[in-house]
Design a protein around this ligand. Structure first.
Ligand SMILES: O=C[C@H](O)[C@H](O)[C@H](O)COP(=O)(O)O
Length: 219
């Protein structure tokens, strides 16, 4: 079975968590399946808060109303993908560059349901390069600080986030303590967001695989 079908299975299973109201919607290929499936039950919800321009466009195409987070306040549910998850449901996100808005919406949501194919579950985070969104003028400065932390930052050249910033993808970082690394990187002036979701991990992880889906919950 191909990876895309496993993503679709996870997205399908996430529909069970949709109870109504306005829900948070993430970004990426797995979430694209979720949005397409959500369109089939759109009468059940009042609309969505979106984490990217791409997801907003897809939601709108399906006739799902998109609201500003400021007008909505706290959300009961957020559904999003991930690039990696450990068994504590701490995540690396931002492969698509949407990490900042994703982190804001995850933080504003009571329940964060993460959907992914089962290759995303790892024992230790860090095989996937860690995305860091930075203010453009701070790119060199932040890169040097990341080197001091033991990482190898690579500028995602040509890519600009929805917030007008840049992304550094950091390889070779040892992420034994995700919470500490998240705090350390967030503290570097010029960093907008690091794509480590350790302070606010997922509450539920749905993994699609060849034999169906598997659901993990935070301890
Ligand atoms: O910025 C992008 C997001 O964090 C995505 O949720 C993440 O990259 C996973 O994407 P995909 O579902 O395409 O594997």
């Amino acid at each position: 079975m191909n990876q895309d079908e496993m993503k679709r299975r996870a997205a399908q299973a996430a529909l069970d968590y949709v109870e109504g109201g306005i829900i948070g919607v993430g970004t990426g290929s797995t979430v694209n399946h979720f949005i397409d499936l959500l369109a089939g039950i759109k009468g059940r919800i009042d609309g969505a808060v979106s984490s990217s321009e791409a997801s907003t466009a897809r939601l709108t195409r399906h006739g799902i109303a998109v609201f500003d987070l400021n007008a909505v306040g706290e959300l009961s549910l957020y559904v999003d993908g991930a690039d990696e998850s450990n068994h504590r449901l701490q995540l690396i996100k931002g492969g698509g560059g949407a990490l900042t808005r994703e982190k804001i919406i995850a933080d504003a949501s009571q329940r964060f349901v993460c959907i992914a194919d089962d290759s995303k579950l790892v024992d230790t985070l860090g095989r996937f390069p860690l995305p860091v969104e930075v203010i453009p003028m701070a790119r060199g400065h932040v890169a040097r600080q990341l080197v001091k932390l033991g990482g190898t930052p690579v500028w995602r050249e040509g890519f600009v986030t929805d917030n007008g910033n840049l992304i550094l993808d950091v390889r070779h970082l040892s992420i034994e303590d995700p919470l500490a690394i998240e705090q350390q990187i967030n503290a570097i002036p010029g960093v907008v967001t690091v794509g480590l979701f350790a302070r606010r991990p997922a509450d539920v992880l749905i993994l699609g695989g060849p034999d169906g889906t598997k659901t993990l919950t935070a301890a």
